[in-house]
Design a protein around this ligand. Structure first.
Ligand code: AN7
Length: 350
């Protein structure tokens, strides 16, 4: 399959992949970088704020960037099936790209802890979905064991081609702004994405002198192994996408944050939900985990640890709100129910 859109078409020359890699595409990437002047005001003003809205990818999250490349490599080497552990978005993306390539997908998820839209997506794309009575970390341990015994390609972000794809988001931000932002704030779960962004920014900078951002990685307080400095055996957070206690790329993430003169912090669930609400007030519905970057940025500015004045700051919103409708509906007020008369509607019009 030759590609006319998507990551291989746009950034193929930058992807370090084996020659056998067989490009495919769902026209992923090319996501909007949306100016957020009113939100910047809310955080004190005096700086340029943008959201990189990764929810606009084909399956609704940034995972499409990683999975298109990981599946292309597996497909090109003749694999007939792929497997991943997932909090949901990786599962949806793996299932979609496997379907596109005609491969089988097996996704292993923590039972009862995957948002509805992600589970439905994996099923819609025809993946075999297996629920584990345990956490994401248990699921990842299982799939690591499985690929040692069975001929099935691992597409979690331990797979280096995942990062090759995901680094293209950094390229897009630099291409849009003309240089790297001063700060990049993003959620951190299994820690592949922050690692990939740093790769992307450093590679572009080495070739084009486009500068480097400081990285602000944000974990949920109940799932913050990189802040605590030790694994969290029973992670818990409303942001189920980042409900991860033992990140596979934790060391690289800490190193990326350090090298960028940035840091990884944790924020409480309430701050995440508040940031989700702020984004919705701007017309952007993102899933809870996706709002963690903004929550972390707000907390750092508020505490006086990050001076935004005169800066260009990009917040990465990693996944679409449509993936997790329950996060909204669980908190929604009781809706009025009326007979079909104008008289009954009238009290609701002001
Ligand atoms: C919306 O899908 O780990 O730090 O299995 O879905 O690269 O793990 C998802 C992670 C942020 C964290 N935002 O990224 C999975 C999974 C959203 C996510 C993250 C995830 P990493």
């Amino acid at each position: 399959m030759s590609t006319t859109c998507g990551l291989f078409a746009r950034y193929g020359a930058w992807l370090r992949v084996p020659a056998h890699t067989r490009p495919l595409s769902l026209c992923e990437g090319g996501t909007p970088l949306i100016p957020m002047p009113r939100l910047a005001q809310r955080l004190g003003g005096g700086f340029d704020l943008y959201v990189k809205f990764e929810g606009m990818n084909p399956t609704g999250s940034f995972k499409d960037r990683g999975l298109v490349v990981a599946v292309a490599e597996a497909w090109g080497r003749g694999a007939s099936a792929v497997i991943c552990a997932s909090t949901g978005n990786t599962a949806a993306a793996a299932a979609a790209y496997a379907a596109r390539a005609g491969l089988r997908a097996v996704v292993v998820i923590p039972q009862g802890k995957v948002a509805l839209g992600k589970l439905a997506a994996a099923l819609a794309y025809g993946a075999r979905v297996v629920q584990v009575q345990g956490s994401f970390d248990d699921a990842l341990r299982l799939v690591r064991q499985a690929v040692e015994r069975f001929p099935i390609a691992l597409v979690n972000s331990i797979n280096p081609y995942r990062l090759e794809g995901q680094k293209t988001a950094a390229f897009e931000i630099v291409d849009a702004l003309g240089r790297a932002p001063d700060w990049l704030a993003l959620p951190v779960g299994n820690a592949g994405n922050i690692t990939a962004y740093w790769m992307g920014f450093t590679e572009y900078h080495a070739q084009k002198g486009t500068g480097l951002p400081r990285l602000l990685g944000v974990q949920a307080q109940g799932a913050a192994p990189l802040v605590l400095g030790r694994p969290v055996p029973r992670p818990e957070t409303v942001a189920t996408a980042i409900r991860i206690g033992r990140p596979a790329r934790g060391e690289e993430a800490l190193e990326a944050a350090r090298a960028s003169r940035g840091r990884i912090i944790a924020v409480p669930d309430e701050a995440i939900l508040e940031a989700q609400h702020w984004l919705a007030q701007e017309g952007l519905w993102v899933e809870p985990a996706s709002a963690a970057g903004l929550a972390g940025l707000a907390a750092e500015i508020h505490a006086g640890r990050l001076d935004p004045r005169g800066k260009t700051i990009v917040v990465v919103c990693t996944g679409h709100g449509l993936k997790d409708p329950d996060a909204i509906l669980h908190r929604a007020p009781r809706l009025p129910s009326i007979p079909p008369t104008l008289q009954a509607l009238e009290p609701h019009l002001t």
